[in-house]
Design a protein around this ligand. Structure first.
Ligand SMILES: NC(=O)c1ccc[n+]([C@@H]2O[C@H](COP(=O)([O-])OP(=O)(O)OC[C@H]3O[C@@H](n4cnc5c(N)ncnc54)[C@H](O)[C@@H]3O)[C@@H](O)[C@H]2O)c1
Ligand SMILES: [Zn+2]
Length: 357
């Protein structure tokens, strides 16, 4: 059986490069040869054992590649075509998909969570940090890359851009809105860009890392709050003349940021949560106006599927948003363990790494 290299979860603290058989495909699948992939903050949760996956699973959920082989029922594509697929690969025909919520496709009971069924790569099936990946339900998920776009230009589409933008979309940002984004990692930075595209005119970014603050400004933040520099809630209330914000986007997944996001909402404002949380949240009565604040709290798992990918690549092709500054480091797949080390310790100003097999 022909083999390939793949980054495999061994146990908490250990993701290693190893050999595995090249995946077999069924009639509805495609085999994609990965040309570029990357590491997500969520992969770091997996590495640390904070988000459990099966031992031996190939990690990674951000594929850019070339169709190597198509399942017998997959029409409308050709082998050799450059494609991406979303981090989330909805089937298109499940109950959740037909309810309009493909990210929860086949919503299962993994680890007692009732959600995340649509997130399969590097979660419930082998992922993309490998030479090849099997893409399930290829007809719903393969999205051809427009001519003229490089791998790195579309590398953020499968997850980071889709998730970040969804923070603004799920929060229903309106023209003229004031939006705050808590945490300016790759997800929060894309949330800033998404809020701007949706029409927010005041965008406040909260973080402390100078390079991230600078890129947030490039992508549309007009105020910066350094969370190491005094009370964040007070600063945001002062910036909004005491009104609070229309939409607070949480892009970290901690009690502190969730709670601050709740405390800075205007009456009737929306908390749009993107973070992956690793422990139970509590909602203090005062932050929650005892349940009488007319606030909305909404969570979003990265939207996937080929139409979402087509739209995001169209945004890139249109030149409306330039996410190239997010790719700060490049590694060969052979060196992925070093890439994990750099990325998980956020050394050397890293934002996203491009990994090429
Ligand atoms: N909802 C989804 O579908 C989805 C998809 C991908 C990632 N995620 C999650 O999104 C979150 C962000 O991922 P990322 O890769 O952008 O993050 P990251 O780890 O690269 O960055 C986190 C940032 O948070 C900043 N920070 C730390 N404490 C802070 C505080 N108190 N206030 C404000 N900022 C603070 C850090 O300085 C850092 O810049 C993670 O929890 C990740 O798992 C969710
Ligand atoms: Zn991710």
């Amino acid at each position: 059986m022909p083999k390939m290299k793949a980054a495999i979860f061994v146990e908490p603290g250990r993701i290693v490069l190893d050999e595995k058989p090249i995946p077999d495909i069924g009639p509805l699948d495609a085999l994609v040869r990965i040309t570029t992939t990357t590491i997500c903050g969520t992969d770091v949760h997996i590495l640390k054992g904070e988000y459990p996956v099966a031992r031996g699973l190939t990690i990674g959920h951000e594929p850019v590649g070339i169709i190597e082989k198509l399942g017998s029922a997959v029409t409308g594509y050709r082998e050799g075509q450059r494609v991406i697929a979303g981090a989330i690969t909805p089937s298109g025909y499940s109950y959740a998909c037909l309810c309009g919520c493909g990210s929860q496709d086949g919503a299962g009971t993994k680890h007692g969570f009732k959600a995340t069924g649509g997130w399969k790569f590097g979660n419930t099936i082998d992922g993309t940090q490998a030479e090849y990946v099997r893409v399930p339900d290829a007809l719903a998920n393969l999205s051809p890359i427009p001519d003229g776009l490089t791998d790195e230009e579309v590398l953020m589409c499968p997850d980071i851009m889709s998730t970040g933008f969804s923070g603004a979309e799920s929060g229903a940002v309106q023209i003229g809105d004031t939006v705050v984004v808590f945490a300016l990692g790759p997800i929060g930075l894309c949330a800033v860009a998404g809020a701007k595209l949706k029409g927010a005119t005041t965008i406040i970014g909260v973080d402390t890392v100078p390079k991230r603050l600078e890129i947030a400004r490039q992508l549309g933040a007009n105020h910066i709050v350094d969370f190491k520099n005094g009370d964040v809630v007070e600063q945001i209330m002062a910036l909004t003349d005491g009104r609070g914000v229309d939409v607070a986007i949480e892009a970290l997944g901690t009690q502190a940021t969730f709670e601050a996001a709740l405390r800075v909402l205007r009456p009737g404002g929306t908390l749009s949560s993107l973070g992956v949380y690793s422990s139970d949240l509590t909602i203090p009565l005062s932050a929650f106006s005892a349940g009488l604040g007319d606030n909305k709290i909404i969570t979003t798992l990265c939207p996937g599927g080929k139409e979402r990918m087509r739209r995001l690549m169209d945004v890139i092709a249109s030149g409306r948003v330039d996410l190239k500054p997010l790719v700060t480091h490049r590694f060969k797949l052979d060196d992925i363990e070093a890439a994990y080390d750099l990325f998980s310790h956020q050394r050397d100003g890293v934002l996203k790494v491009a990994i090429t097999p």
